[in-house]
Design a protein around this ligand. Sequence first.
Ligand SMILES: [Zn+2]
Length: 130
Amino acid sequence: MMLEEAIQLRFEYAAGGIGSRCLAALRDEATLLAGRCSAGDHVACPASSMCPRCGALVEALEPAGPGGRLLAWTRDDDTVFGLIRVDGADNAMIHRLLGAQFEPGQRVQARFAEDRIGSILDISGFEVAP
Ligand SMILES: [Zn+2]
């Protein structure tokens, strides 16, 4: 016999120096930053202290987005999530999509929240670029 239940875990962790700089740029300037890998020349957005592709330290940040390309999308009840490669990055992030009609390959752009607190949710979502 199998039982299925959902467990909700809430946790906090330090964003680190690179992550903190990115979150501050989102909050203070409504700007996306990408981290450039010191070993493999990978560029990731959102950035973290370690390259998600090769594990090398990320020491340099550079502007990314706010535009990008929608690689894929899915719907969960009333929320649509997209896999977005922002301009200047070679990875993709998952974030909410705003709007109703999406096609893989579409150009999208970040819409920033008016009240920003230093969170990835300072991006309200991505919408189809005009
Ligand atoms: Zn790398």
